[in-house]
Design a protein around this ligand. Sequence first.
Ligand code: ATP
Length: 365
Amino acid sequence: MSTPRTAFESLRLEHIGRSFGGHQALVDLNLTIARGEFIALLGPSGCGKSTALNCLAGLLPLTTGQILIDGKRVDTLPPEKRGFGMVFQNYALFPHMSVAKNVSFGLQMQNVPKEELRARVAEAVAMVKLTDYAARLPGQLSGGQQQRVAIARAIVTAPRLVLMDEPLSNLDAKLRLDMRGEIRRIHQTLGLTTVYVTHDQEEALSMADRLVVLREGRVQQVGRPEELHSGPVNWHVADFMGYRNLLDLRAVQVRGNDVHLSGAGVELMGLAAQPVRAGDLVKVGVRPDDFKVVGPDAAGFDATVEVVEYHGRDFAIDARTAGGQVVHLLSEQALAPGSSIRVAASPSRVLVYQTDLEPAQEAAA
Ligand code: ATP
């Protein structure tokens, strides 16, 4: 089972789109996936992630575009002819079949000889650490164990592509963490190519080689985890990447990429992540961990602590400026509600974005 037998060099999604009636669920998705890559499709509920995955799987016909493997079209093939493995949110195991039987089903369909089948099933079941459970029925397993059966079933046929749709969404937080590592390990051990759908940015950042962020059916950004984490291309991606402070401020002065920002009691220096002009109203993204509490005479702005939550290693603080702007920050010290603090951030961690244009402005632009 070591290398997928029908491995490809590249899988290309060219201008793929899918509409439901008049509603465009996925618009002009272009992506080239290299063999062995782990790609996460990420975005809020309804952004088109599952639609994209189902189009890849062949469960949904495309409205536009094509899918090519090493230059050959596969979007015209039915799902079973594409040679992909799939793991869905609801594991869809056969309830009356043992773990081993569930896992062997795909191989039986391929008429794999008995001895080889037995060996490959044992290997796949061992890989997901369920050897001792091979004779059990799905109903006798925990959610996490069932999830692992679903993964074993998807990988046992050594598919050229594994598609996973929020496979960890039904698990508790600890199991989810364990399974993240497990899926990543199996992906690497078997040299699989994986497309993984999630709305959880941490999950995507920790597992994927590249992330594709979708919003309202359109790709916003494609990049490596560190690229998306530190350089979201617009405020929507920033929002999704944990820039919890998205402040509506005025760009008072712009020199090159350096922007002096002001509004509602906040004074900051920031970095233009999109072109902005002096006088523009802008969206300013700052992660809570990039806001620091500084001495009373340091550059920054004043705020009053309103909410303090203990988060294990540090405290999550909500503070409000005199102008009414709430900012979220992390502090190693327990600050008392009602106390006055001075807040600052390194300009390179204050990202300045254009606000969205109103539809009328967009049409005129
Ligand atoms: P979630 O994270 O909630 O599963 P998602 O990002 O996977 O969301 P999709 O399921 O791809 O989103 O849906 C994208 C859009 O297409 C949504 O607006 C959804 O309502 C719509 N949609 C999906 N399937 C259908 C369908 N069969 N008929 C009509 N509209 C659909």
